[in-house]
Design a protein around this ligand. Sequence first.
Ligand code: TYM
Length: 339
Amino acid sequence: MRVVSGIQPTGKPHLGNYLGAIVNYVKLQDEAHAAGGECFIFLADLHALSQPHDPAELTRNTREMVATLVACGVDPSKAILFNQAQIPAHAELQWLLNGTARMGWLNRMTQWKDKAGKNREGQSIALFNYPVLQAADVLLYQATHVPVGDDQKQHLELARDIAQKFNTDYCPEDAPLFTLPEPYIPPAAARIMSLRDGSAKMSKSDPSEMSRINLTDDADTVVKKVKKAKTDAEPLPSEAKGLEGRAEALNLVTIYCAVTGKSTDDTLSEYGGQGFGSFKPVLAEALVETLRPINARFLELKDDTEALDAILARGASKAREHAIPTLSAAYKALGLLRG
Ligand code: TYM
């Protein structure tokens, strides 16, 4: 079992990152540890170069993201926690895979289309080529399980296509180099939506702070954001079918179920018929309880630069060891001489 996943250290991690991905980093880290496998969790700092950025902010966000992941339960004694920039093999393998990836495949990526909008010509090459680096991230470690939210599914399908084409083009049939990675997507919280717009995903890059709950928000802020969350005027339905076409209501119920572990049916049989005036305080309380220990641990860790850098350095040295054999095999398969 090889678990691999990454998160960009841009902005603050939010509830969507937590419920869509980080909860499963912790779950799969424990499963891999128990099964004698490996779990690689990394800060995708090289991916962050695909958008204009402030270097000092990227450094600060990278350390804060390490503190947040550890506060959420990623355990550096069980998982290999590191940042991409310390492992040149990620960028090297990306280049080797650039010969295999096709322009047409990248042109179809919805994230590229959404982020580039009408201004494709003005985007960085890194934004276009971003999914090839993501493929290198997972293929380098022979990932079997990749815990991600729904928005990354297409990128992982591309990673599988690249792996398959490379294996077919350059490897003997009975000795493929790359393992085909499987996305591991939570059934219920795969796509947490903005608190201001039920049709947009909760995102670090949304200009409105009120659209998301950051994992480092204090209790008052969480309560305020939930209170201001957009809803409709109807009371909650008593059955899941009644949430159809009510994106904001569905999102709040989804969040409540994800943080409490209750089913939609149980939640709606308890709160069906009640308005958001009574449901929102219950939701806010459940969120505050979930975030309280994360907040406390984050505050303890966040200013200990030395400890955070040491976690990354230790993780990088372990990750490097695992990366080298696959990278060397890829050079060899392509016929590149390396002394
Ligand atoms: P990023 O940094 O945007 O998000 C990190 C993880 O959080 C998930 N996520 C969500 N899940 C549910 N609801 C949401 N609203 C929501 N928003 C974000 C994402 O699906 C992701 O799992 N390209 C990746 C980083 C990456 C990566 C990789 C991931 C680079 N290399 C290799 C997996 C494997 C990204 O930008 O994630």
